[in-house]
Design a binder for this molecule. Structure first.
Ligand code: ADP
Ligand code: GLC
Length: 479
């Protein structure tokens, strides 16, 4: 199958969260199954080894013609195409210190149009991919691709069969703009009803209505989208429930404690001694007392409403009174960043907070912590709990979305479970789960080992997900 994946983020070149990770990893797993994958994303800066193909496209949007260039890099068997245009070459992906960029509708509409031109124009290995392709869109940034596919190409007889699948990584962001902006998209007003949500242009909704198939990143979130987590689009998701799949994300090989290049002492389920050394190294790095016996809690997250940081703030007074340590890495909302900055001042011997984005420290926290906290308000899939499970770092999560699908509460009678998943979204429920975890840590070391082993035994590789995506694509082709 020829698959064209289109996304605003593509790790390792661009990433603010899991969207980048997933779009970077899934194509490789699909290639391993024998598919041809073209992964398309903006060229936010100059990327090493990505060469100018010399191919140009002139795209009409918002009353002007814009010339874009295609840069190419084949890596891991995947053809990566980076769309070059001055509007992409900025410090941030979506915005900067001044806030969200005002022309994001234009920027991501341009990405969609450039992606639709790519299979027709860019020769890869001698020839263009042609019209027998499947477009795999991701989140609101590519929600308009099905609109352009129908309104510009199909109506002119191009791409007669090509399906567009829309993957929803986060329904909390819709890409909402004033209705008059629709005129700038250069498609017939026939397509306005699909884009219209309460009198405004809604990119995610357009994709939800027009894509051949929908997929989200866990079975539970697929159900929640239809019930109470659709952020106003519940009715549209319910209407398309038959076409809405839930496929759990995998995680890449860079998150393997035995080979992790960010760790000085790699480890595995068979031999956890390296993990103890990582804990000691993390305590030293952050200036915490070197105490192997106390449980160390870790958090790595975008500091966003979604992540339930308010629950963590509510639970912190209790947590910081325990004989335990807490390390938080994150960036985002100002109030949350303040909380993280204050941690070391409030509990100098127990807590450290680092405001920022650091891939290396994220790996060292996953490796060195004993427990990992994810009290997310909603979580389409979540990758950090999957990393935690693989690193023997016991997760405590709010039982929502992909967290509910991957973390099972420890049951001492059956010796099953790999962490704690609390149901009610409250600081009390969160504290109660942490309380159980601490009791288990202190009083039942054998049970603790079993919980770690249960987690580490989970297969979180991409192979299974890729198999399911293949089935989804086949159903989108009507096969
Ligand atoms: P989301 O995509 O909603 O942010 P995920 O759990 O799916 O949540 O993925 C988050 C990804 O971003 C993980 O790879 C995580 O390690 C990374 N990440 C988040 N915040 C930071 C940070 N401050 N520093 C480094 N990595 C981070
Ligand atoms: C989103 C979600 C997260 C998911 C990630 C990758 O950012 O918030 O839960 O893991 O996308 O699909």
């Amino acid at each position: 199958m020829n698959i064209v994946q289109v996304s605003a983020e593509l790790a390792p070149w661009s990433k603010t969260g899991g969207l980048g990770d997933v779009c970077g990893a899934l194509p490789q797993a699909l290639v391993a199954r024998g598919h041809r994958v073209l992964a398309i994303a903006p060229r936010y800066k100059d990327y090493d080894n990505a060469w100018d193909t010399g191919v140009r496209a002139r795209i009409h949007l918002f009353g002007h013609t814009h010339e874009i260039a295609y840069f190419h890099l084949n890596q891991g068997g995947v053809d990566h195409l980076f769309i070059d245009h001055p509007s992409f070459r900025r410090p941030g992906i979506y915005g900067d210190d001044q806030g969200t960029y005002g022309d994001n509708l234009f920027r991501f509409a341009l990405l969609c149009r450039a992606a639709l031109e790519a299979p027709l124009r860019v020769p890869l290995g001698g020839e263009v991919l042609g019209e027998e392709v499947l477009f795999h869109c991701n989140d609101w940034h590519t929600g308009l691709l099905p609109v352009f596919l129908e309104g510009i190409y199909r109506s002119a007889g191009r791409y007669p069969r090509a399906p567009a699948v829309l993957a929803i990584h986060n329904a909390g962001h819709h890409g909402v703009y004033e209705a008059h902006e629709f005129a700038g998209l250069d498609v017939s007003t026939r397509w306005w009803p699909a884009c219209d949500m309460s009198g405004r242009l809604n990119c995610l909704k357009a994709g939800v209505v027009l894509a051949s198939k929908l997929v989200t990143v866990s079975p539970t979130y697929a159900r929640q989208l239809c019930i109470d987590h659709g952020h106003g689009l519940e009715g549209f998701f319910t209407h398309r429930a038959q076409d809405l799949w839930g496929i759990l994300n995998g995680i890449g090989d860079e998150w393997n404690p035995a080979t992790d290049r960010h760790l000085d002492t790699p480890f595995s389920a068979e031999d956890l001694s390296g993990k103890a050394a990582q804990k000691a190294a993390l305590q030293k790095e952050l200036g915490l007392p070197a105490r192997p016996e106390v449980p160390l809690f870790g958090v790595v997250a975008r500091l966003d409403h979604q992540k339930g940081i308010d629950l963590l703030m509510g639970a912190a007074p209790w947590l910081l009174r325990q004989d335990a340590q807490l390390v938080v890495l994150g960036s985002g909302g100002a109030a949350y960043e303040d909380f993280v900055r204050r941690l070391a001042r409030e509990a100098p011997s127990r807590a450290r907070g680092v405001v920022g984005f650091s891939e290396a420290l994220a790996h060292r926290i996953e490796a060195g912590a004993d427990l990992f906290l994810m009290p997310s308000r909603f979580e389409p899939c979540g990758l950090n709990q999957l990393y935690s499970l693989r690193y023997g770092t016991v997760p405590i999560v709010h039982a929502t979305g992909g967290l509910a699908d991957t973390v099972q509460t420890w049951d001492p009678t059956t010796q099953t479970g790999n962490g704690w998943a609390f149901r009610e979204f409250s600081s009390d429920a969160f504290v109660s789960a942490m309380h159980y975890a601490l009791r288990t840590w202190w009083d039942h070391p054998d049970a603790w080992k079993r919980i770690q082993q249960n987690g580490m035994a989970r297969d979180s590789g991409w192979a299974r997900a890729a198999e399911l995506y293949e089935a989804l694509y086949l159903s989108a082709w009507g096969r």
